[in-house]
Structures are given as C-alpha cells and as structure tokens.
Design a protein around this ligand. Structure first.
Ligand SMILES: NC(=O)c1ccc[n+]([C@@H]2O[C@H](COP(=O)([O-])OP(=O)(O)OC[C@H]3O[C@@H](n4cnc5c(N)ncnc54)[C@H](OP(=O)(O)O)[C@@H]3O)[C@@H](O)[C@H]2O)c1
Length: 330
C-alpha cells in the first residue's frame, strides 16, 4: 500500500455473517476504509447482501474474494473452525486479515495463522472490539493507581432458554462453545490488566451438545495475583470486570460493549467512589480505522497477533483443565 495520506484501504468480507452487518457498517463509516466486496457460499446470498449493504462486488465463493487483486484487507467472520484455513489462504494472497474471535479452534492453528501472516508481511488482528474503545486506555491509566494488583474478576454470559442447535455457537464441529464465544473476552481482559500470562489455570464446565455451555475458572499469576472468570449461554446478560489492588478497585459493568454509545462509564472504588464517563466512541469504527492505518502506513503491529495467540493459549489451557478436571500449567 502506498504512503499517500489520502489512501483508503479496500476491504472484502468473507461470508454474510450477522456480525458482518455491524462491521460492514463500520467500514462504510470509517474515514480510511472502503467496503468493496462480499463473498458467500451462495451467489444469491452474496448478491442480495451486496445490494442491501451497498457493496459493489459480490462473489459466490470465498476463493474469488481473497484472490481479488483490488482488495487490501479481509474481514473474516466465519465460524471459528474455519478461521485458520481462510486466514492462511488470505495471507498467502498478500491480504491483511482482521479475523473474528476466537482467533481459531486451538492455539496450534493460531500459531500457524501468525506464522503465515508474518511470512507474507501482512497484519493479523482478532475482532475483539472493546480494546479499541476510547474508554479502554482511560481505564488502563487508572490501573496504575490501584496499588499492588491482586485480583481480576470477569464475567460474560447471556441466556438461551432453548438450545438453538443450528447456531454456530452450539456446534462442536464448528468449534462452538461459550469459552471461545464469550470467555475469550474475559481472558483478554485478564491479560490486558495483568500484562502477563498465567502460570497455571483450573476450569470446570457444563457441556450440552458436546460444547461447553458454561465455564468457570481460576487463573494464577506471579506475585500473588489471581483471576477468576465465568462465561456461559445459561445466565442473564453480564459483561463486567473488576480489577482490584491493595488501594482501590476499578469496576466496568459493560466492558465488552458500552450500554450507551453516546457515553460510557467505569468506577473506581476505594476510600471514595468515583464514576468516570467517556464521551461518544464507536469501537467497531475505531477498530477498522486503526487496522486501516496499519495497512496504509505499512508498519505492522505485532502486539495484536501476540495477544490474540496468547488469548488462545490460555483458552486451550482452560479447555484442557475443564476436560481433565486437573490444574494445567502454562
Ligand atoms: N467481535 C464481536 O463483537 C462478535 C460478535 C458476534 C460474533 N462474532 C464472531 O464472528 C463470527 C461469526 O459469528 P456470527 O454470529 O455472525 O455467525 P453467523 O451469523 O452464523 O455467520 C457465519 C457465516 O459463516 C458462513 N459459513 C460458512 N460455513 C458455514 C457453516 N458450516 N455453518 C454456518 N455458517 C457457515 C455463512 O455465510 P455464507 O453462507 O454467506 O457463506 C454464515 O453466514 C464468530 O467467530 C463469532 O464468534 C464476533
């Protein structure tokens, strides 16, 4: 990509996934991005999606999109079992890849994806959006004032009264399950707060249709730090974390996506209780603009690949612990 300040990154989306509507809209609203193509397994679905979402090109298969020489970056919102295959194919075509979470079905695949992107000189980032919200660096500044960090607690759940067996999240063959779908965010929050990977983990899970429907875990870190987390498809909507130190704690009750787009919030509790508010910030637009800037500047950011692979590595350890009922060392 040339260094022209007016450059616009040309994006393609692989599949007509639900989340593609939100991210496609973000691409349309980003100052440095343009959505030029959509692909689907079905030509008819691709054509009608393109019409509905104002996209000039529609492909009836994924290969044609990733081979399109006019495309710079590809957004991959496929089921998790397909992330590795299509990220590697896209990287081998010289495309930068924004791949949805969980990055892959397991950490072996995640490392293969990282290697393919590195060897082809393209960016790899996962689709965790909350880290791109303006609130996130603000919260980070306050973590330094909490004293010696002791504990992070994180939860992300929603409730299905009836199991939707057709949903990708309920299908083991597509790498479904609550850990990859929801717990991945909790793991990221814990790694973000402690800036380190755990030394060992323990998890317990309840399974339905061969995927984890809920999972609760303990993660041990150096320096007497500990984290707990839970995720699941069987409890009301919860999306919060608490970061506690020896002097104070930081609470964010809607970390994955702020309840209000116009203004987001978090609290510091200690000797005083203070509420902090951040003005309007649309995390999916921030994510697309940040990624597009990387492509335009040609300076790859290895942090995003590293943290995504680390998140998968911790998720793998948690999955193994839940399956074996044993503490797993990392
Ligand atoms: N970052 C976030 O905030 C966020 C939010 C929601 C979801 N996600 C992630 O985004 C990804 C997609 O989630 P979603 O809920 O949008 O999924 P979805 O609506 O079920 O879409 C998945 C798409 O993948 C394609 N596909 C290819 N093979 C498939 C198969 N065997 N079964 C089902 N679909 C298949 C289909 O598109 P075609 O038929 O058109 O090819 C389908 O529309 C997941 O990794 C999920 O974790 C992220």
């Amino acid at each position: 990509m040339n260094q022209d300040m007016n450059s616009v990154v040309k994006w393609g989306i692989l599949s007509t996934a639900n989340i593609g509507k939100k991210v496609g809209n973000a691409i349309h609203h980003s100052h440095n991005a343009e959505l030029i193509a959509i692909a689907s397994r079905s030509e008819e679905r691709a054509t009608s999606w393109a019409r509905e979402h104002n996209i000039p090109v529609a492909y009836g298969n994924y290969i044609s999109l990733i081979s399109d020489p006019t495309i710079d970056a590809i957004y991959i919102p496929l089921p998790p079992s397909m992330h590795a295959e299509w990220t590697i194919k896209a990287a081998n075509q010289g495309k930068h890849v924004l791949c949805e979470k969980p990055l892959s079905a397991n950490v072996t695949e995640a490392k293969e994806m990282a290697t393919a992107c590195y060897q082809n000189g393209v960016q790899l980032m996962d689709g965790v959006m909350w880290v791109h919200h303006d609130r996130t660096p603000e919260m980070k500044k306050h973590i330094g004032n909490l004293g010696k960090l002791r504990k992070v607690t994180a939860a992300f759940t929603f409730n299905w009264d009836k199991v939707p067996y057709n949903n990708i999240r309920a299908k083991p063959e597509l790498a479904g399950g609550s850990l990859g779908d929801l717990g991945y965010y909790c793991v990221r929050a814990i790694l973000w707060a402690f800036e380190e990977t755990p030394t060992q983990v323990y998890a317990t899970a309840r399974y339905t249709n061969d995927v984890d429907f809920n999972l609760s875990a303990i993660l041990w870190f150096r320096d007497d730090r500990i984290a707990t987390m839970d995720c699941g498809f069987d409890t009301a909507l919860r999306k919060w974390f608490e970061i506690a130190g020896t002097k104070a704690s930081l609470v964010c009750d809607d970390f994955t996506v702020p309840t209000n787009e116009e203004s987001s919030r978090f609290w510091i509790h200690g000797n005083t209780n203070e509420k902090y508010e951040i003005g309007k910030s649309i995390q999916e637009i921030n994510m697309i603009e940040h990624f597009s800037n990387i492509v335009i500047n040609g300076t790859l950011e290895s942090y995003w690949t590293k943290i995504a692979v680390e998140t998968m590595s911790v998720c793998d350890a948690l999955r193994k612990s839940a399956q074996t009922d044993k503490i797993v060392k990392l």
